[in-house]
Write a protein that binds this ligand. Sequence first.
Ligand code: AMP
Length: 220
Amino acid sequence: MQIILLGAPGVGKGTQARLIMERYHIPQISTGDILRAEVKKASPLGRKVKSIMDRGELVSDDLMLQIVENRLKEPDATRGFILDGFPRTVPQADGLKNILVKLHQGNLKVIEISLPDQEIIKRLTARRVCPECGKLFNMHSDPPAAGGRCNYCGAKVIQRDDDKEETIKNRLVVYRKSTQPLIEYYREHHHFYQVNGMQEVNEVFQEIAAILGEQATVQN
Ligand code: AMP
């Protein structure tokens, strides 16, 4: 089961990817999480990408393809994976196609989660994340425990540097320009599905599970 979750920042890709991972036991590969871990470690890669991420711009295609190729070669990804936040440009999608041919994996399902910009801004400004376990919270609809503590691991939740309103607006501009063309790209060449993100988390997940269940039936 190889899944790409497409959609603007804040539509719920990360939340849904975690639910898919728990149900289907395939890893969530979030390129944003991989880069944030490098920034946290202050590794050479992290130092290189931090200011790009803080501005809401995209890291170079070559670098991203290298990171994803290495990650997809890890043993846990041989049975399948959920790509969250990748690809983000047409050259990344072309590069991914080549990587999957090399790894003999090519049965992609592409699921786009859609949401109006106004709702995205509302959700992202209210988004908080646990820096230890990665659990996502929304200060209005799904707040952390008392004192802003993660109700899974107890760490103090934080706001991502790029979830400030000005950066969010830039991330949406970048999304429309560089990533939205992927919708047409995948609509033409792959199993492509659209899910309305303007529903409860579980309702979105039920739609996704129906799409993935269908694939399991076809494959067996
Ligand atoms: P995300 O958590 O997916 O919203 O990613 C956070 C930031 O990491 C983005 O705004 C980009 O700066 C960078 N990033 C993550 N994935 C990619 C990608 N596939 N291509 C380029 N930059 C990326």
